[in-house]
Write a protein that binds this ligand. Structure first.
Ligand code: C2O
Length: 586
C-alpha cells in the first residue's frame, strides 16, 4: 500500500458552524426482491410501554439547552409542536455517571470521557471536503506494510493512556470509554438512560464513532489516508478472526477472546453461545443465508433495517434492525470470552471484551467489525426498492458528542453522516456472495397440512418456548404493494443469550441446522443487556414474509404453517401472540 507523505491538516481551534449535508434519499430500482410502498411507518407494536413513550419530555429538553447553552439553537424548536422536534440530544458530559456491566455489576472503573473545558459552547463538527480519501479494505487481505502501519498507530494510541491524571481523549482506553458511556447507562437524556444500541441510533452512532477513531489513528502516524480495515465476515474468505488480530505480539491483539474461536475457526454469524454441530461448509452456507435474509428478505423497508424509532423521552432499546441483530450481535458474542467462564483470579466473564458493550471497544477488532457493519449500511442502500435512509427528523437531528484527532470536542448530527463519501472514506470493492444467495432448496413436499396443526390463538400465549412448536396461522389473500409481516409479541429475559429460528411451511421435523432453504424465514437473538430491572421485557419481532410466501407457493393460501425452533435459552422466552399483517413500508 502506498504510504503518503501528505501532512495532516493542522490541529486548529474549532469554529462554530452547522453542517448540513444535502443527501439524496432516492433509492435505485433493483433486480432484487422488492416491493413498493406508499407511506408512513409500521404501526404494529406489541410493546405496551411504547404507547406512552412518545410523550415528550419537556423538562429533559430544557435542561439540556440550559446545560449546553443552546437556547439560541434549540429554543425555537422547543416552541414548535414537540411531536416533530424531539431528537436525542448529545449527552451531557457533566452528568456522566457510573456505568453498569451489561447483565452484571457496576463497571469497575469510571468510563466517562474527559470533560471539555468549555462545555457551554461545543460547536458542530464541519466535514472537510478537501481531505484525501481513505479507503477501507478487507482485513483478511491486508499486506505487511499496512499491518505494520495499523499496529504502529494502535500502539501509539495505547501509549496515550499513560497519563491517567489528565487523560488524553485520543487514548485507546478513553476511546473505548466513549463506547462504554454511550452503551452502559452512564448518560441520561430526557430523564432516561441513553442507549445507542437496539434502535435506529445504531448505524449513525457507530459511523461517527469510527470516523473519529480512524482519524486519530491516522494523525498518530501522520497519514491522513490511513483507513481502518473491515472484517469481511459477509464473504467466506473473511469468516474467521482476521489473522492480524490473532498475533499475540501485536498491538491489535486482545487476550480476552474465546480461545476456541482463534486460529482460523469458521465463524457462526448467528452465534448465540453454543457451537453448531455441522460441517464448515454448512456453517458458511448458513452464514450466507443469514446475510441474504437480513439484508434482503427481512429488510425491504428502512425501519426494519435501521431499528425502531428512538426519539427523546422514549425508553431505551425499543428494538433492533436486522443487521444489528444478526450478524452484528452474534459476532460480538462469538469473539468475546465465553460467558460465565473464568477470566482469571476467579473473575467471572460477562463476555469480555467484545461480548459486552462496556468492554467491547477495548478489543481493537471492534473497529474492524464495525467497519463492516458500516459497509452493510452502504451496501443495503444500493440494493434499491424502498431501501434508503430514514427521513424522520427525529432521527436526522439526533446528536452525539466526540473528540477529534486534535482533542477538540464536537457535536455531530445523524443527518451529516448519511453519505460516507462526504466523510472522506470509502470501501474497497469486494464481491458479495450473499447477494445471490437466495435460498432455493425446498425441503417440504408440497404444502404442509395445516388442518392437523393447532391454530396460533390456541398456542399463544405460550409461557416458555422450551421445545419446537408448529402452529397454523391465517392471513388475508390480497395483492397490493404492502409488506406482509409475521409479527411476534414476545417477552424475554434480556440478561440471557437467546435464539430461536422461524420456518414457514415446515413442521416439527424440520432440519434446523441447515438454513439454506426456502422455508427458513429468520431468527430472533438477544445479546444480554439490562436496563434497570430484570423483568422480562416486551418486544416485537417481525419478519417480512412476502418473498417466502412466493418462494413456497403460498400466496393464495389463507392458512399457513409456522414452526419455531428454540436454539438457546427458550425457557426465558414467552410469546404472547403471533399474527400476520400488512403494513406500508417505511
Ligand atoms: Cu456499539 Cu457492536 O457495538
Amino acid at each position: 500500500m502506498a504510504s503518503s507523505t501528505t501532512t495532516l491538516p493542522l490541529c486548529t481551534n474549532k469554529t462554530l458552524s452547522s453542517s448540513f449535508t444535502n443527501t439524496s434519499f432516492v433509492a435505485k430500482p433493483s433486480q432484487l426482491f422488492l416491493h413498493g410502498r406508499s407511506s408512513q411507518s409500521f404501526k404494529v407494536s406489541c410493546n405496551a410501554n411504547n404507547s406512552g413513550e412518545h410523550e415528550k419530555n419537556l423538562e429533559g429538553l430544557d435542561r439540556r439547552n440550559v446545560l449546553l447553552g443552546l437556547g439560541g439553537l434549540y429554543g425555537a424548536a422547543n416552541l414548535a409542536p414537540l411531536a416533530t422536534a424531539s431528537p436525542i440530544p448529545p449527552p451531557d458530559l457533566n452528568s456522566c455517571g457510573p456505568a453498569t456491566i451489561t447483565d452484571g455489576p457496576p463497571v469497575p472503573y469510571f468510563c466517562c470521557p474527559p470533560k471539555p473545558h468549555d462545555m457551554e459552547n461545543i460547536p458542530y463538527y464541519k466535514l472537510n471536503t478537501m481531505t484525501k480519501r481513505r479507503i477501507r479494505s478487507p482485513a483478511h487481505a491486508a499486506d505487511e506494510e499496512y499491518i505494520a502501519k495499523y499496529e504502529l498507530a494502535t500502539s501509539r494510541m495505547r501509549d496515550l493512556d499513560t497519563n491517567t491524571t489528565d487523560p488524553d481523549p485520543r487514548g485507546f482506553k478513553q476511546q473505548a470509554n466513549v463506547h462504554c458511556a454511550y452503551c452502559n447507562g452512564a448518560y441520561k437524556v430526557g430523564g432516561k438512560e441513553l442507549q445507542v444500541h437496539f434502535s435506529w441510533l445504531f448505524f449513525p452512532f457507530h459511523r461517527w464513532y469510527l470516523y473519529f477513531y480512524e482519524r486519530i489513528l491516522g494523525s498518530l502516524i501522520d497519514d491522513p489516508t490511513f483507513a481502518l480495515p473491515y472484517w469481511n465476515w459477509d464473504h467466506p474468505k473473511g469468516m474467521r478472526l482476521p489473522p492480524m488480530f490473532d498475533d499475540e505480539c501485536s498491538s491489535l491483539y486482545d487476550a480476552r477472546r474465546n480461545p476456541s474461536h482463534r486460529n482460523g475457526a469458521i465463524m457462526d454469524l448467528g452465534y448465540s453461545g453454543d457451537e453448531v454441530q455441522t460441517t464448515q461448509l454448512q456453517l458458511m452456507t448458513n452464514n450466507l443465508t443469514l446475510m441474504y435474509r437480513q439484508m434482503i428478505t427481512n429488510a425491504p423497508c428502512p425501519l426494519l433495517f435501521f431499528g425502531k424509532p428512538y426519539p427523546l423521552g422514549t425508553n431505551p432499546s425499543p428494538g433492533m434492525g436486522t443487521i444489528e441483530n444478526i450478524p452484528h450481535n452474534a459476532i460480538h458474542a462469538w469473539t468475546g470470552t465465553k460467558r460465565c467462564s473464568d477470566l482469571g483470579n476467579g473473575v467471572k466473564s460477562y463476555g469480555e471484551d467484545l461480548g459486552n458493550f462496556y468492554s467491547a471497544a477495548l478489543d481493537p477488532v471492534f473497529y474492524c467489525h464495525h467497519a463492516n457493519v458500516d459497509r452493510m449500511w452502504y451496501e443495503w442502500k444500493k440494493l434499491g426498492g424502498k431501501r434508503g435512509d430514514l427521513m424522520d427528523e427525529d432521527w436526522l437531528n439526533s446528536e452525539f458528542f466526540f473528540y477529534d484527532e486534535c482533542s477538540n470536542p464536537w457535536r455531530v448530527k445523524v443527518r451529516d453522516c448519511l453519505d460516507h463519501t462526504k466523510m472522506g472514506y470509502d470501501y474497497a470493492p469486494m464481491d458479495k456472495p450473499w447477494h445471490n444467495f437466495k435460498p432455493m432448496k425446498q425441503t417440504t413436499t408440497g404444502k404442509v397440512n395445516t388442518s392437523s396443526l393447532p391454530p396460533a390463538n390456541k398456542v399463544f400465549p405460550l409461557a416458555k418456548l422450551d421445545k419446537v412448536i408448529s402452529f397454523s396461522i391465517s392471513r388475508k389473500i390480497e395483492k397490493n404493494e404492502q409488506e406482509e409481516l409475521l409479527t411476534f409479541c414476545l417477552k424475554f429475559d434480556n440478561s440471557k443469550n437467546l435464539r430461536f429460528d422461524v420456518f414457514l411451511n415446515a413442521d416439527k421435523t424440520v432440519n434446523a441446522v441447515e438454513l439454506d432453504k426456502i422455508e427458513f424465514a429468520g431468527s430472533f437473538t438477544n445479546l444480554p443487556h439490562v436496563h434497570g430491572n430484570t423483568d422480562r421485557k416486551p418486544a416485537t419481532f417481525q419478519l417480512a414474509i412476502n418473498e417466502l410466501l412466493e418462494d413456497n407457493g403460498l400466496e393464495d393460501e389463507d392458512t399457513i404453517a409456522v414452526t419455531l425452533v428454540p436454539k438457546k435459552g427458550g425457557r426465558y422466552i414467552s410469546i404472547d401472540s403471533a399474527k400476520i399483517d400488512r403494513e406500508d413500508c417505511n
